[in-house]
Design a protein around this ligand. Sequence first.
Ligand code: NAD
Length: 307
Amino acid sequence: MQTNHISVLGAGLMGVGIATHFARFGHDVWLYDTDNNRIADIATVASGILDELIATDAFADTDKTTVLSRLHGTGSLEDLAISGLLIEAIPERIELKHALYAQLEALIAPEAVIASNTSGLPPDALAANLAHPERLLIAHFWHPPHFIPLVEIVPGTATKPEYLRELQQLLVSMQLEAVVLDRAAPGFVGNRLQFALLREALHIVKSGIASAEVVDQVMRASLGRRYAMVGPLEAADMTGLSTVQDICRHLLPELATGSDMMSLVAEKVARGDTGLRSGQGFYRWDDSRKEYIQQRREHQLRFALKP
Ligand SMILES: NC(=O)c1ccc[n+]([C@@H]2O[C@H](COP(=O)([O-])OP(=O)(O)OC[C@H]3O[C@@H](n4cnc5c(N)ncnc54)[C@H](O)[C@@H]3O)[C@@H](O)[C@H]2O)c1
């Protein structure tokens, strides 16, 4: 995989975050978007990301201009023709992604790799119309990429295995935790774990065991800390697998299955209480709550990114 010319397609929330990360680690990045306003905003958005890193001592103020100078916004696909790695971060609509890939394949070299940042579209569906399906893989970055280091690299059935390893090496060299999955599955790994937990959290609230506030506090004060240190399977080993077996025997039958608990979410959505954006979800999102979360985020950033 050629990495001397790297492109990111889609200068939105994820695209600018991903491109800024590459730029911090010395790469020039061409950022393509069909919306000129997004292109015009790249420097401001990237600057905000770098300022957050500077405020938490994770990045030197003096490097900011250099990093910003490595981001090249463009509305012309021709500027990407010599890219060896193209990270696609346009909206989650398969027909849009297919149309863009068709335009790209007319321009780029046969060995250029397309890495989609899709949240969940299957790689084989993404690669369906490609002349070179072996070049398509998923690189699922998490938001925000300057704080959450995980990238799930997911192969399609036609993906060339060496592209997976090469991309992993590149991302690991940029302080990202890039993992390669053995095969694609809905939700990859991270979202499967996240939504299994969300299902149980909703079930606990719906069945009157504890309030949303208590569920969130339990998570932050216990598993949140533990899971930054060891994963669930490491934790199981440390507990002792025979103890885990004993606990599972009586606990697993009690845990949520199915989707009954989703009525809790459906009721809120029907009322227009969709969460932070509407100002009300499980919580009321007034300025003081937003400020409190921002403080916690800065606190976490300061410690998580400490070299
Ligand atoms: N937002 C998240 O937390 C998150 C996390 C992981 C993955 N993703 C995935 O990343 C992708 C992008 O999500 P986002 O949140 O950054 O979206 P976004 O809406 O913020 O950005 C998408 C950008 O793509 C541009 N665009 C639209 N059509 C285009 C085209 N044909 N060519 C080039 N640019 C085009 C838009 O102008 C916009 O700037 C999606 O597939 C999404 O599922 C999102």
